[in-house]
Structures are given as C-alpha cells and as structure tokens.
Design a protein around this ligand. Sequence first.
Ligand SMILES: Nc1ncnc2c1ncn2[C@@H]1O[C@H](COP(=O)(O)OP(=O)(O)O)[C@@H](O)[C@H]1O
Ligand SMILES: [Mg+2]
Length: 296
Amino acid sequence: MNDRTAYAFGLFGREDDLRIIGAVLESGGSALALGDPGVGKSSLLKVAGQLAQRHGRRVLSVSPTPFEQGLPFAGLAELISQVPDGMDRELPEPQRRALAVALQRAEPDGPEADPLAVPLAVRGLLHQLCAREPVAVVIDDLQWMDHPSQGSLGFAMRRLPVEPERLSVLVGARPEGGARDLMRSLPEPRHDLALAPLDEWAIGQLLRKRFGPRWTPLLSAGGRAGQRGEPVLGLDDRRGNAGWRPNLGCGPFPAASRCCRCRRASPTCYASAPSSWGTKARAVFACSWPPLGASP
Ligand SMILES: Nc1ncnc2c1ncn2[C@@H]1O[C@H](COP(=O)(O)OP(=O)(O)O)[C@@H](O)[C@H]1O
Ligand SMILES: [Mg+2]
C-alpha cells in the first residue's frame, strides 16, 4: 500500500487511514473508523472492501439502516447470506436450527432455543469460513445494527479460535452511536481511526474533481471553513453561475440547512454571493449532484 492508493480509489487525503487498513488486511485485527456524518466513513470502508478482495479475503459486508435497527437479526441475516451455501451443515443440529429460525429460514418447531445457540452458531460458521480462507468483515454504520446481531457477532469475535491473520474486521460508526460491547469485542490489534475533516488540499482536489478546475485553493479554503470539514460542496446554479467568483465568502452557516438538491438536512455551510450575481452556493451534504466529472 503506498501513498497513491487512496488517490487511485478516488479518495483524497485518507492515506494514513488506508495504510492502517492495509496492515489490518495483511495481518488481521480490526480498524474502527469513527466520525461525524459526511466525514467520509462509508467512502473509506468501500475502498477497504475493495482492497480486502485484492488481498484475497472473502468479504462479508453489511450497512445497517435506522429502520433495521429495530428488526432482530437483520444485520446478521445480511452477513450470513454471503457465507457459501451449505456451511451450516457442519454445525451441531441445535445451533443450525436456532440460526435458521433466527434468520427466518425455518419455522420454530419446539421449545424456544437456548439464547446461546445463535451466537455459538455464528462463531462456528465464522470459524469454518476463516479456516477455509482469509475473511474480512466490513460493517458500516454500526450504530444502526440491531442488538441481537451485535451480541452474536461480539460473542463470535471474542472467542474465535483462529490464527489472527485469518480475520480482519473493518467498522465505521458515529462517535456517539453506542454499540460499545461489539466495539470492545473487535479482534486485536484494534486501531481506532478518528476521521478528521479533510484538509484543505484534499477538499480542493475533491471540489476540482466534482466541479472542474475553476475551483481554486482560495475557494476550497472557504468551503472547508464553512463546512466544518465535511468534504462535499455543491452549487445551486439554476440561474447560471457566470458570476461565480473565487473570492466568495462563506458564512454564516445555519446549523440545519438543507441540501438544495436532495433536501437532506445537513450541518453544513451556506455561502451566498451578492444577489446581483444570480448565483447561490450551498453546501451539499452526501448529495450526488452534480454528477461526478461535471464542470460548472
Ligand atoms: N476522502 C474523500 N475523498 C473523496 N470523496 C470523499 C471523501 N470523503 C468523503 N467523500 C465524499 O463525501 C460524501 C460523504 O461521504 P461518506 O463517506 O458518505 O460519509 P459518511 O459515511 O461519514 O457519512 C460522499 O459523496 C463521498 O463521495
Ligand atoms: Mg456513511
């Protein structure tokens, strides 16, 4: 893994984090990327998943949503669906059956299973899989994973009798998001990546990639100050952006402004040009508009 890896994957300014992720993919262990919404956790984990495949690891990935948080075993079902068919045949029958019932693959047909049966089954499956090939488990937005899935995975990871290099776990979560038990169960060595806002150079590169070369360092500096470091800035140019100038100031920044296109709330920047210019710029948070590569 060298300094150009991040750039080659379309990421700017995450070289140090990717270097650590590379080490985890090489030797096992875990990396936990913590950061506020929009700072770039999902982007980093997406690249991490691609790198894991390049390292020859089987990737099991899941990105829970707030909706799934209330659905028992939703996260686990997503992960187990990526395990090759038939591997559960080698599990002891009560565990195989308990897992099948928990994942809605079989009707319950007797007394309720022991609460330990599902965590043991998950550990058994992960054990078999790691014995067969190196594995990377990638969990984005851990804060939204349902509790039963967290509990089973935490149990399985804490007690997995495999060589450390056979398992890499890469996780993204919001700092205040909970899931502390699972975080504490992540395999050692565990690396905490506190994702800082992108630096000025990285934001400049990102803006140029999205909007073309007219984005100057001066503008990106304004963008960064205005966005508290969230990297995405968009232009509302429905009235044309002929008046767009690089010396546009940023601020003040309403705490709950909305993206002008996707309408999502975002704790971002609002920058306005004099109305005579007919141009307004607003921070766009996690919004895919304009398409990558479009120029102003
Ligand atoms: N380092 C980066 N390089 C390039 N684009 C980035 C970077 N970090 C974030 N982005 C862009 O910013 C937006 C928000 O990032 P995302 O990864 O979804 O943040 P999070 O998962 O932390 O909420 C995405 O559109 C993504 O493409
Ligand atoms: Mg995300």
